[in-house]
Design a protein around this ligand. Structure first.
Ligand SMILES: [Ca+2]
Length: 180
């Protein structure tokens, strides 16, 4: 079990028992930057070096996510980023960003993360919600990383409220790219 986050003056109310109004008020307080709020977090997993040998290189992996999402939108979720020496000075950049030129063949992002609950990935498309077990995600790594030695980063951002089981990945397979 993860620790129970605190919600300022709503600290005594489990988030599942909050009314819609309480939850909205707590979010508004959080967005205002008032102290005493709980946990928004960013966690990540970084790959070994990957040598890309084709403009059509692909990654396939098993992807299992169950992160906070509800009728109001997508609150917690994860993204896949690329660090390549020739792109943004090697800074990790979303695989779907134009600078990378990657795209999802299947099992791509499910929604845009809300911007009003202090998720570090607010406003970005992400895997969020419940995949209902493992799905297969296939990613074109994009033409701009051809010939480069890159790293991948699976990065998860969560907001101030409510947790879900999380995110698991497995069985990475590269086509036209290899791990060092
Ligand atoms: Ca959350």
């Amino acid at each position: 079990m993860s620790p129970t986050p605190t919600f300022g003056r709503y600290a005594e109310i489990p988030v599942e028992q909050m009314t819609t109004e309480q939850r909205a008020a707590a979010r508004a307080e959080a967005a205002s930057g008032e102290p005493g709020f709980g946990i928004s977090a960013c966690k990540y997993l970084i790959s070994r070096n990957i040598v890309v040998s084709s403009a059509s290189a692909q990654l396939t992996f098993r992807n299992n996510f169950n992160t906070e999402a509800d009728v109001d939108g997508f609150w917690d979720g994860g993204v896949l980023e690329v660090s390549s020496p020739n792109i943004n000075g090697g800074a990790f950049t979303d695989v779907t960003a134009a600078a990378v030129g990657g795209s999802f063949v299947s099992g791509g992002y499910t929604g845009e993360l809300r911007t009003d609950a202090m998720n570090p990935l607010a406003g970005r498309m992400a895997w969020s919600g419940d995949s209902a077990g493992y799905i297969t995600t296939v990613v074109n790594l994009g033409p701009n990383v051809n010939g480069q030695t890159i790293k991948l980063r699976w990065r998860m951002g969560t907001d101030l409220f409510a947790s879900r089981p999380g995110w698991r990945i497995d069985s990475l397979v590269f086509t036209n790219a290899s791990c060092q």
